[in-house]
Design a protein around this ligand. Structure first.
Ligand SMILES: Cc1cc2nc3c(=O)[nH]c(=O)nc-3n(C[C@H](O)[C@H](O)[C@H](O)COP(=O)(O)OP(=O)(O)OC[C@H]3O[C@@H](n4cnc5c(N)ncnc54)[C@H](O)[C@@H]3O)c2cc1C
Length: 465
């Protein structure tokens, strides 16, 4: 379709100024809003959907990858994330990561980097997210899509949302961009990077789905008897691919056991060459994703041991987008920082999930030991501050990092940790009348520790920045 330009002006309702506005209610946004509101900040959380969770819920993504150190000994991501998981576990709708193991069915039978994952039920994530927000005093604006950013005197002062009630302006002292795509920061003119340095290509999209009626024991027995398969059923998939019968450009079946007997999450559709910030690409990706689900279900039933009686339980509400804009911040986290476990004086989170880059052009990729990431690595506060912009912070998938470093920190527990740090900083900044950039980091770190975050001990001899 060809578009022409229309200049369009109109008056819209403008809210009173909140202390903290959080755009995007995924893992980063939930943690940011809860943390900010608990510190007494008048906080509003905005999301396009009618429920919270982002990829936790709308994306049907799971399990939460590791929140522990690579050796599985230390829980690095605690705070709001740990509380969120424990609340779901109380009703039997999640397993605390300390109870799962590398290579088990919850880890997709993958060993490296997959110790201590968190299987959970997406409906429980919706319920617990809403409950934690309500208890903290977070105001919600659901069904609200961020279309623009308000910038006054060179400072971000809020956002414009499109709603059933029309356009609305929402103002705040600090806006935290947790949209995953950096929509708020990008529309304020932030410097952004996109994809690999070599060609700008991003990781492929995936439409998650869940399958019921699986014979769990047969799947376990097959996986046990085929240790040569790098991923479950890789041998069967390879034969089918050679014969042109495997309906997705992916090497194996991404298969994660849920807490319900016979129900597994499937991370196997792969949609290449799309831009998650382009509505036409998103539209075609949804269509292609659903076609792959239908074809994969047919393949699974006829060709995979344990799947003869399988049926489709559900598909994700939205296509899963692994990578789009990375907002360039005061510091850009690099793969070298992750390898060396570089200590930052302004550390706000520790993580350990390894680099996991799905091939933008083909069937390969996945969690990669060859990057040699440290047992624990740090994220600095400066990566949450968009370079040259005040009044806005970023957390979650759109944080300031290289393509390779983002390939590791893009998963859900780090998003919670970054969100908690950003929401805490935003509340402290709003309370004191300072910009988030001028907040002394020891003050932020002290508050994070008081909330139960873990900021680690620098390893002797590790580089300092
Ligand atoms: C296919 C796939 C598989 C993955 N597998 C795993 C896995 O197994 N384990 C794991 O831990 N992680 C996994 N990840 C990574 C992880 O899900 C995401 O990177 C993580 O959810 C990022 O959190 P976030 O809060 O930054 O963004 P999101 O979870 O994307 O949340 C962003 C929120 O912002 C809202 N939003 C976005 N734009 C707007 C707008 N303009 N207006 C209003 N609202 C908006 C969205 O509705 C959403 O609620 C996977 C990701 C994908 C796509």
């Amino acid at each position: 379709m060809t578009y022409h330009t229309l200049t369009y002006t109109r008056e819209i309702p403008l809210s009173e100024q909140e202390d903290v506005l959080v755009a995007g209610g995924g893992p980063a946004g939930i943690a940011a809003a809860v943390a900010a509101a608990r510190l007494g900040a008048r906080t509003r959380l905005v999301d396009q959907h009618g429920f919270l969770g982002g990829n936790l819920t709308a994306g049907l993504v799971g399990p939460c990858m590791t929140s522990f150190s690579l050796d599985g000994k230390e829980q690095l991501i605690r705070g709001v994330f740990d509380e969120f998981v424990r609340r779901m576990a109380e009703t039997g709708e999640a397993l605390h990561p300390s109870q799962t193991h590398a290579g088990d069915e919850y880890a997709g039978f993958i060993e490296y980097g997959h110790d201590k994952v968190t299987p959970f039920e997406p409906e429980a994530a919706k319920t617990v997210a809403l409950a934690m927000c309500a208890e903290a005093g977070v105001e919600l604006s659901l069904h609200s899509f961020v279309t623009d950013t308000l910038v006054e005197n060179g400072q971000v002062s809020g956002i414009v949302v499109a709603t059933k009630s029309g356009l609305r302006g929402l103002r705040a002292k600090v806006t935290v961009d947790c949209t995953g795509d950096g929509d708020v920061a990008a529309r304020a003119g932030a410097e952004v990077e996109f994809g690999r340095a070599s060609d700008g290509l991003v990781q492929p999209m995936t439409l998650f789905f869940r399958v019921q009626g699986i014979d769990d024991e047969t799947v376990h027995a097959y996986v046990r008897d085929h240790p040569e398969d790098v991923r479950p059923f890789a041998g069967i998939v390879a034969c089918a691919r050679e014969a042109g019968r495997f309906p997705s450009p992916r090497r194996g079946v991404g298969l994660y056991k849920t807490l319900r007997p016979g129900v597994w999450r499937i991370n196997t559709t792969r949609i290449l060459g799309r831009d998650g910030t382009d509505v036409d690409d998103l539209t075609s990706a949804e269509v292609e994703g659903r076609a792959q689900v239908t074809a994969l279900m047919e393949f699974f039933r006829t060709e995979l041991p344990g799947f003869a009686d399988a049926s489709l339980l559900d598909t994700a509400t939205t296509i899963g987008v692994r990578e789009t804009r990375r907002v360039v911040g005061d510091y850009v986290l690099t793969i070298d920082d992750l390898r060396t476990g570089r200590h930052f004086d302004d550390v706000i989170a520790l993580c350990a999930y390894p680099v996991d880059i799905h091939d933008p052009t083909g069937s390969g990729g996945g969690v990669a030991p060859e990057y040699g990431t440290a047992n624990a690595y740090e994220i600095p506060y400066r990566s949450l501050l968009p370079r040259g912009l005040d009044g806005v912070m970023v957390a979650g998938r759109c944080v300031s990092a290289s393509h390779e470093a983002l390939g590791a920190i893009r998963v859900m527990p780090p998003a919670f940790a970054m969100g908690e740090a950003a929401g805490t900083a935003a509340a402290l900044a709003a309370r004191s009348g300072r910009s988030a950039r001028d907040l002394p980091t020891p003050e932020l770190q002290h508050q994070l520790l008081a909330q139960g975050a873990y900021l680690g001990e620098p390893a002797p001899g590790s580089p300092v920045s």
